[in-house]
Ligand binder design. Structure first.
Ligand code: FE2
Length: 403
């Protein structure tokens, strides 16, 4: 049974008040390199900072392809001792964190370098905390509970979507309770990032499409958030513009470096935006689709995004109308007309990159559980408005193929 709306609004307002009180000014990125030589420059930076022993966190596929080794070639040349933890799987668990932490301890490495997608980056973030803390990592689950003192964290992303390279959060699976947990804290903001499109040209089309729509969702949810904070509007708008400009091309021409770099930057800017105001109801529903049906995160966002934007109606009309102008979709007419044109353009972009509007994995038996969990999560975000349970059920009905 969903809680009464007045109690949900009260919880949301209290949460918002607390977040504003404790958040302070947004923390800025220390340094980000972009382009062909960015990995080499990041390696130089690691050496300049005096590190002579590094733990590299990645996955086996990137290691086997030689991409991870290529990315850190500069460290090898400078004689930095590299210890590899290359066993990160999708949706990393605390077991992965503990394995990496053991290597960090045994090697005496003074910093952690993530090479990979969101899974490797998130795992590396929590491993970095263990440098100065030997508590069980599951104790840090929750917003702002991660200790501030962590090993310096360097990141080379190989996908364009999660934005984890620009945030102070990590998602780790707690297998004991079958739940994905968020660990966050100021110390988890990477020290230095390299955005090198060369590492992204091999991404399969469906992954490029889904991760790109994840970045789009981050940009939009940050832009329409009710929390006016830092530069989230500029970063959110820039991210949305970037995805509209480059995603189709990155999917159609995987080797197009300009498109790949455009998407890497869009995902990074979107990450900077959600690092300030978090995500919203699209993610609240999409997370449940991932947990219940194993639908990849970006794909789940793509299914849900147009529906939630439509549901917001008048509560988000001005901000969505602004995005219509920013993306060149529509620059005239009543704000409602422009907002509708933007949502239609989002729908078209999702279709153009090959993501269907329905999914056979979305099964009716879990609708009630999903709707309850989505409302509970969504009440903790700063969205144009809270959704009703019937509205979430309507979204699930619209994206499902089951009778
Ligand atoms: Fe996301």
């Amino acid at each position: 049974m969903a809680k009464p709306m007045f109690l949900r609004k009260l919880k949301n307002q209290m949460f918002f008040g607390m977040a504003k009180a404790i958040a302070g000014a947004p923390k800025g990125q220390y340094m980000a390199f972009v382009g062909k030589a960015s990995c080499a420059r990041l390696c130089d930076r690691i050496v300049e900072l005096g590190h002579t022993s590094i733990l590299v966190v990645t996955d086996k596929a990137l290691r086997d392809l030689g991409l991870a080794d290529e990315a850190v070639a500069g460290l090898n040349r400078d004689g930095v001792k590299l210890t590899w933890y290359d066993k990160v799987d999708p949706d990393p668990s605390y077991e992965h964190v503990k394995e990496g932490a053991q290597l960090l301890r045994d090697s005496g490495a003074t910093a952690v370098l993530a090479v990979g997608g969101g899974s490797s980056i998130d795992c590396a973030k929590v491993i970095a905390i263990t440098k100065h803390n030997d508590e069980d990592p599951s104790k840090w689950a929750g917003f702002g509970k991660a200790p501030e003192e962590v090993a310096p964290l360097f990141v080379i992303p190989t996908t364009s979507g999660t934005g984890s390279e620009a945030t102070m959060g990590a998602v780790i699976t707690n297998k004991a309770i079958q739940k994905k947990e968020i660990i966050s804290g100021g110390g988890l903001l990477p020290t230095c990032v390299a955005l090198d499109a060369c590492l992204m040209v091999g991404l399969p089309k469906p992954v490029t499409a889904a991760t790109g729509i994840d970045a789009l969702t981050h940009g939009i949810e940050a832009y329409i958030s009710t929390w006016e904070r830092g530069n989230r509007s500029d970063m959110g708008r820039t991210a949305v513009q970037g995805v509209f400009r480059w995603l189709r091309l990155a999917v159609e021409e995987p080797g197009n470096m300009e498109a790949r770099e455009g998407m890497a930057l869009a995902a990074y800017h979107a990450g900077v935006a959600i690092n300030q105001v978090n995500v919203g109801n699209v993610h609240a529903i999409a997370h449940q689709l991932g947990a219940n049906f194993g639908i990849p995160h970006g794909h789940a966002n793509a299914l849900v995004l147009p529906h939630v934007l439509t549901l917001y109606g008048m509560t988000a009309v001005d901000r969505l109308a602004e995005l219509a102008v920013a993306t060149g979709v529509s620059d005239s007419g009543h704000p409602e007309t422009r907002a509708r044109a933007f949502v239609d353009a989002v729908e078209k972009l999702i279709a153009d990159v090959g993501i269907a509007t329905t999914d056979p994995r979305v099964k009716r038996h879990a609708f009630d559980t999903i709707a309850e969990a989505a409302l509970d999560e969504g009440d903790g975000y700063f969205c144009p408005r809270l959704l009703e349970k019937a509205e979430v059920l309507g979204v699930l009905d619209a994206i499902s193929e089951s009778e």
